[in-house]
Design a protein around this ligand. Structure first.
Ligand code: NAD
Length: 323
């Protein structure tokens, strides 16, 4: 039986990945500070522990795994990453996790490890215009990420690639672009734009108003969780390292995202653009490399994933559930 270790299995992508690996017939161990908050983990074994501690990493990697997925990170949406208030924590915690997990894997001769980097590694100078951002993989240098979160991701990417070079590990590096879906953070301060907008629309009375940070003309692309897992497993099981973008290339403005959500909800709301933490002006996934190497691109428009996400968040709002 194939086996997998998922670090960050209590998180949004990790919990969905565990479900997928179980469907594929893997024996799965999850590890995280916390259990998944919205549904019971499907992992065969779940180690609740702090991956900043080397001893926890060594306990997690105490056997051979066919696949190790390193998704654990101190992260959140713009309200967490771009205010500057959490910079030291974010850099320290995530770097420590990566240093430890990777070294624990080397010690146990783990061959194949996946690292989830981020679109936040790309230089701010290529994302100043909403209509023409450049996020081709090779443009990451000269480095100038717009957040400390992005700098940590870039450092860790390099560390994974160095372990590949020096220790013969099969490393896979994906740069995720705004992944969203049901069972993700939606009201705890770590939610990202799609979840925050779904919540605001679900909470607003018809004819009311929602607040959007900035002028709403900033552009992004959003990848539904199922698509993310398809791209990730293809990369993991390919013979190619990356780094590669895993994202959607359907670029939308934040105001448009709000419009889509209102259509799904069947509500007419006005948008009140207010000051808030923003990040770069324009961002979109460049999918040419992954199409060439793995013959992959997202199969559905963002609105399809938004329908499922809205339905889940609306149910949370209606149930009056806390974060
Ligand atoms: P998430 O915050 O839901 O999951 C991360 C998990 O890591 C959390 O459950 C958290 O408890 C766990 N964790 C944090 N510190 C830990 C520690 N010290 N020990 C053990 N566990 C710890 O985030 P996610 O959206 O599932 O993202 C997964 C990965 O993908 C992260 O590395 C993230 O940076 C990356 N990524 C995500 C997106 C996205 O849009 N979701 C975009 C780019 C990159």
């Amino acid at each position: 039986m194939r086996s997998a270790l998922v670090c960050g299995a209590g998180g949004f992508i990790g919990a969905h990945l565990v479900k997928r690996l179980k469907k594929e017939g893997f024996w799965v161990r999850g590890v995280d500070l916390k259990f998944p908050p919205f549904s019971e983990t499907q992992a065969d074994d779940f180690l609740q522990g702090d991956l900043r501690e080397m001893g926890v990493c060594q306990r997690a990697v105490d056997r051979r795994f066919d696949e190790v997925w390193q998704l654990a990170a101190d992260m959140g949406g713009a309200g967490y990453i771009f205010t500057g208030e959490n910079d030291a924590e974010v850099m320290h915690n995530s770097a420590q996790i990566n240093l430890n997990v990777l070294e624990a894997c080397r010690q146990r001769f783990i061959k194949r490890i996946f690292y989830s980097s981020s679109a936040c590694v790309y230089p701010e100078y290529n994302q100043l215009e909403p209509d023409s951002p450049n996020l081709e993989e090779s443009t990451v240098y000269p480095a100038a990420p717009d957040s400390e979160y992005g700098w940590e991701k870039l450092f860790s990417e390099r560390m994974y690639l160095a372990y590949r070079r020096n220790h013969g590990m099969e490393v896979r590096v994906a740069r995720y672009h705004n992944v969203f879906g049901p069972e993700g953070a939606w009201n705890d301060g770590k939610e990202k734009a799609p979840a925050a907008i779904c919540r605001k629309v679900a909470e607003a009375p018809d004819g009311g108003e929602i607040e959007i940070w900035g002028d709403g003309l900033q552009t992004r692309s959003f990848l539904f969780i199922d698509e993310c897992l398809e791209g990730s497993t293809r990369l993991m099981r390919s013979d190619w390292t990356g780094p590669v973008n895993i994202g959607s290339d359907e670029m939308v403005s934040i105001n448009q995202l709000a419009e889509f959500t209102m259509q799904i909800a069947g509500k007419r709301l006005s948008i009140n653009n207010i000051p808030g933490p923003l990040g770069v002006r324009g961002r979109n996934s460049d999918n040419r490399l992954i199409a060439e190497k793995l013959a992959w691109s997202p199969s559905q428009p963002v609105s399809k994933g938004l329908e499922k996400t809205y339905a889940w968040i609306e149910a949370q709002v209606n149930a009056g559930r806390p974060a």
